[in-house]
Design a protein around this ligand. Sequence first.
Ligand SMILES: C[S@@+](CC[C@H](N)C(=O)[O-])C[C@H]1O[C@@H](n2cnc3c(N)ncnc32)[C@H](O)[C@@H]1O
Length: 277
Amino acid sequence: MPETISSASLGADNYVFLTDYIHKESGIVLDESKRYLIESRLLPIVRQSQLDSLDGLCAVLRTRGNVKIQRQVVEAMTTHETLFFRDVAPFDALRTEILPALIEQRKVFRTLRLWSAAASSGQEAYSLAMLLLEMGLEGWNIQILGTDLSESILERAREGKYKQNEVNRGLPAHYLVKYFDRKGLDWQIKDHVRRIVRFEQFDLRQSMRAKGPFDVIFCRNCLIYFDMPTRKSILSELSGTLFTGGSLVLGGTESTLNLDDRLRRVVAGRTVYYQAV
Ligand SMILES: C[S@@+](CC[C@H](N)C(=O)[O-])C[C@H]1O[C@@H](n2cnc3c(N)ncnc32)[C@H](O)[C@@H]1O
């Protein structure tokens, strides 16, 4: 195997094959400007698998015979960046507007269903769980579903164990003390929080009807990676998965495009969310 692998080891045909492959497997769109990103993320797989080049990796993918490498390629191209209470404002809107209205509506049946629809390593789903517990909803039947395309990131989410630098990002100190146990150098979310969150693998491009209905869906910082038709179809499915009056929260740079007939835009402090009408 050569010491260094040059970018020339990925021919033009194989570049197109790779971007098509990643698009088909995940929905993620990568154009010619992402050549460096693709190379830097996939070269470690080339080395680990003792292949001689990215062209060699494409040859393996073309045979569709090596599921491990197929999975590693998609994993390497997905971005799992997340943190507890990311962006703060959406969680403030949930605490001050969305949940008070829901609690009033549901005070007889005391049931709430929430979905973290691109959950990554679980910080978003656990943030939702801690926020609900802080609002005194222990006695309620609360279900929080966390889903992601990546099975390996969901294993981390299920374990609910985080490094010091991860709990330092976004998590208020009193939540750390109240909802986490120290495990060696790490911190693990307590069982009573973990019990209300369930994680399962789900590709957002699949039909969602069997998943719902939900009171609140957080689908944040995932749509940006998809092309317009994919975003539109996911938004349409998401709106059909909400109870009437249910709320959809997107990432700070994401919007519902022109699906306004089914999703009403609501401004709440420094953020917006969308309500199913
Ligand atoms: C940047 S993270 C967002 C995490 C969290 N929602 C947040 O905002 O902090 C994006 C996640 O979307 C997931 N993802 C990418 N394509 C997906 C797909 N087709 N279906 C479901 N999840 C997908 C990735 O695996 C990744 O964990």
